[in-house]
Design a binder for this molecule. Sequence first.
Ligand code: XMP
Length: 174
Amino acid sequence: MPHNALYSKEEIEKQVDVLARRIAKDVGQSPTILVGLLNGSVVFLSDLMRRLYLYGVAPEVDFMVVSSYKDGHSSNGTIDIIQDIRSSIEGKTVIVIDDIADTGLTLLEVKKALAKRNPAKLLTCVLLDKPSRRKFDVKPDYTAFTIDNVFVVGYGLDSASRFRYLPYIAVLSE
Ligand code: XMP
C-alpha cells in the first residue's frame, strides 16, 4: 500500500470546494457540460459535479476515453478517441475534466478535437498539475493541486489498475 499521503481526504474536499465556487462564478447560468476523461477523472468528477450543484450549476455530464501516443522526445504526439461523447457541445460551455496534466498532450489534443464542434467556451480542469513535466503548450484553466514530478495514486489515479479507490492522494513508493 502507498502510505505517503500527499493530500488527505479533507484537503481534497476543501480544494474541490474552492474549485467548484470558482467555476460556478465563471460559468454562471450558461448551459454547461462536463466532459470527463475516463478512467482517471471519475472520482474527481463525481465529487466536483455535486459541489457545483451546491453552488447553482446544473451541468450535463459526458465521458470520453482517449489513448495518447508520444513521439519520442519531441513535442509531437497524437491521441486516439477510443470512445467519444454522445452529447452535442455546440453553444455550450465545455469543461474537460482530467485527473492529471503531465506532458499536456491529452489536454491539448482533446481541446483541439472539441474546439471543432463549436462550443461557446472550452475550459479545462484537472485535479493535479505537474508543470515541470510539460512538453505541450497547454495550461489547465482550473487546477486543484500543483505537484512536483512524483508518481501519484488514489482518488481515481491508478498504478496498473490499483489504488483508484483510495480516498486520499498518495505518492507511490515501490
Ligand atoms: P499527458 O502526458 O497526456 O498525460 O498530460 C496525462 C495522463 O498521464 C497519466 N499520468 C499519471 N497517472 N499517476 C497516475 O496515476 C501519475 O502520477 C501520473 N502522471 C501522469 C494519467 O493517465 C494522465 O491522464
